[in-house]
Design a binder for this molecule. Structure first.
Ligand code: PRP
Ligand code: URA
Length: 208
């Protein structure tokens, strides 16, 4: 069974279209990344573990559900940073663990420059946050790091992907569900997603 989930939600597709537009400025781009991250996270967390509990309402007792798993948000720097805050407001108990990777411009291979994970895992579910899945190198390397750390359950929450990146991530880690707003046509010869949205880090931070 495929572990790839491409959103069909009209709100996701509407916001993705705005995100792609070259006329969207960095402030609007950051707002859209934040909103899309929330929507994608909502879809990706539909199977979180829960237990039955009871609460007192002003009118009596009500049965309800409480989350049972500790969640870790793992943004890949830099572009994944913009996906954190909206999700964190919705899940304030989540821990945030940053992974610093950049792509070498010539080889397109990920280069690791930051990792402060504690020696023992502190969460049960890790949500890797990165808007872009291009060659898949950064996502595969992040899952490698999290598995070596001992993470029990890992999901990738992204926005745009190339088919090449989806295939690479699924080949390396078929157990990791991949949630995306859209899988685009292809990668170009410098490793950019086409039609894509350009450089997600530069467009958020006003660089480049
Ligand atoms: C971008 C993006 C991903 C990576 C995807 O980061 O945010 O992390 O590229 O490409 P891949 O699937 O081919 O590995 P980038 O290397 O541009 O770093 P930045 O976010 O710091 O600008
Ligand atoms: N990283 C980006 O920011 N954009 C792409 O198209 C590919 C990798």
């Amino acid at each position: 069974m495929s572990n790839i989930f491409e959103s069909r939600h009209p709100l996701v597709q509407h916001k993705l279209t705005l995100l792609r537009a070259v006329s969207t400025d960095p402030k609007q781009f950051r707002e859209l990344i934040r909103e899309l991250a929330l929507l994608m996270c909502y879809e990706a967390t539909s199977d979180l573990g829960v237990k039955n509990i009871e609460v007192d309402t002003p009118m009596g007792k009500a049965g309800g559900l409480e989350l049972t798993e500790k969640i870790g948000l793992v943004p890949i720097l830099r572009a994944g940073l913009g996906m954190v805050n909206g999700i964190w407001e919705m899940m304030p108990g989540a821990e945030v663990w940053h992974i610093g990777l950049y792509r070498d411009e010539e080889t397109l291979k990920p280069v690791s420059y930051y990792n402060k994970l504690p020696t023992i895992p502190t969460v049960q579910v890790c949500l890797i946050l990165d808007p872009m899945l291009a060659t898949g190198g950064s996502a595969v390397a992040t899952v490698d790091i999290l598995k070596e750390w001992g993470a029990e359950q890992i999901k990738f929450v992204g926005i745009l992907a190339a088919p090449e990146g989806v295939a690479a991530l699924q080949a390396a880690h078929p157990d990791v569900p991949v949630h995306l707003a859209k899988i685009d046509s292809n990668l170009n010869d410098i490793g950019y997603i086409v039609p894509g949205l350009g450089d997600a880090g530069d467009r958020q931070f006003g660089t480049g």
